[in-house]
Design a protein around this ligand. Structure first.
Ligand SMILES: [Zn+2]
Length: 407
């Protein structure tokens, strides 16, 4: 008897796989390797070919094409790690039949998921939700994606329906932006791929931000405040001045949709030294470049006002995959996903991601890679949940894409 997609999902959720930004190893945490090994063994037991696990915890596998079938090689990718924004150990999933109103996640501690805080719940009336006990995240981001991909491939393999060659890739450290670092694009050998790491069934994400990290270092001059006139350069004040040189409304808390921003992540500051860390985001490459220039110009302004006190470094992190995916030669990758979802009766919504995915970088590494829905809601939160209907639907989308690609 095959495992249902939600049973497989519950199995993966039992593995703690939090990734950690300030780790220098790859994967960033050893715990992720336990899930890597588990997936490796499962893929072998399902009879997939070329199953391999590399030293960084990446797992790859192949479902060979049905004999005589002509189709492109399609890859499906999901990440194993979970965000460190919320506890990811000792996850106690529970299945709740949602009939409306608030959801009591934890009776002992009276943890409620309130309908008024999460009106999205209305979409799930009458469905079975997999949620937590309110103390940890769930990990639907992105173990739902893994469960959907593997279940789709297992079901397809057993159904006897003709299909092309399918490649599977499971990556560590997506949440800390390193999921593509060691991804073996040539070895993967897909013509194009999809990450399965998005929102609700029907949503397709193929535009991400262009992203950069920027740091300003300010060197002040400290002197006794009693005799400081004309001599002190207070790095604290200069840092404050810097923040005023950037547009006050172009910040995450005041932008949405396609609006870009400068986001001040941290300031460390004394009279002598200040360091400001920013991230810069914009969907348009043109205005992304403009923002970086504007940032550098604000640093120049400090140097003019205070005498050479500041320097900055700006490092690009990733680019908008839409610029790759909108090229005419890649239009079929989006069309195929739209077609599959339409055939399943879903309302298509193209959603610009206000962030990035592994696909943002993979698309620039030669593997066009939009993001398919994985069905989860409230990622990185104690209120994360996924409905069993969404798990099944997202699994169907994958199967449909594979079979629709047969020419
Ligand atoms: Zn994710």
């Amino acid at each position: 008897m095959n495992m249902k997609v939600y049973e497989r999902f519950l199995d993966y959720v039992s593995f703690p796989t939090t990734s950690i930004e300030d780790s220098e190893t790859s994967p960033s945490t050893d715990c992720q390797l336990a899930l890597s090994r588990h997936l490796h063994d499962e893929l072998i037991s399902l009879g997939l070919e070329n199953v391999r696990l590399d030293e960084h915890g990446y797992v790859y596998a192949e479902l060979p094409a049905t004999e005589g079938v002509k189709a492109p090689t399609i890859g499906f990718i999901a990440h194993m790690d979970t965000s460190d924004a919320c506890p990811g150990e000792n996850i106690n999933p529970q299945i709740v039949i949602y009939s409306g109103g608030d959801v009591l996640l934890n009776e002992d501690e009276m943890i409620l998921m309130r309908r008024d805080d999460y009106p999205v719940l209305d979409l799930f009336r009458g469905q079975c939700l997999v949620a937590t006990d309110g103390k940890t995240l769930l990990g639907a981001d992105d173990k739902a994606g893994i469960a959907e991909i593997i279940t789709a491939v297992e079901e397809l393999k057993e159904s006897g329906v003709p299909h092309g060659r399918v490649m599977l890739g499971f990556t560590p450290d997506e949440e800390i932006g390193r999921g593509a670092d060691h991804f073996d694009v040539p070895g993967f050998g897909a013509d194009f791929a999809y990450t399965v790491d998005g929102g609700l069934a029907g949503e397709l994400e193929y535009e991400s931000f262009n992203a950069a990290a920027a740091k300003v270092r300010i060197n002040g001059i400290s002197i006794h405040p009693g005799s400081a006139k004309g001599k002190m350069k207070n790095a604290n004040m200069i840092a404050a001045r810097f923040t005023s040189l950037l547009p006050p409304d172009e910040v995450p808390e005041k932008t949405e949709g396609y609006e870009g921003f400068f986001h001040l992540i941290s300031i460390t500051s004394t009279v002598e030294h200040a360091e400001l860390s920013y991230i810069i985001r914009d969907h348009s490459r043109e205005s992304f470049e403009r923002r970086k220039a504007q940032f550098a110009e604000a640093v120049n302004e400090l140097n003019r006002e205070f005498g050479n006190v500041a320097e900055c470094t700006v490092t690009d992190s990733y680019y908008n995959m839409g610029d790759v995916l909108r090229k005419p030669e890649n239009a079929h990758v989006i069309e195929l996903a739209h077609k599959a979802m339409t055939e399943l009766g879903l309302q298509i919504r193209d959603v610009p991601i206000r962030g990035g995915t592994d696909g943002s970088r993979l698309s620039y590494m030669g593997l066009p890679c939009p993001n398919l829905p994985a069905g989860g809601v409230n990622g990185h939160s104690r209120f994360e949940f996924v409905s069993t209907d969404q798990l099944s639907l997202c699994c169907e989308i994958i199967k449909r894409i594979i079979t629709d690609a047969v020419t």
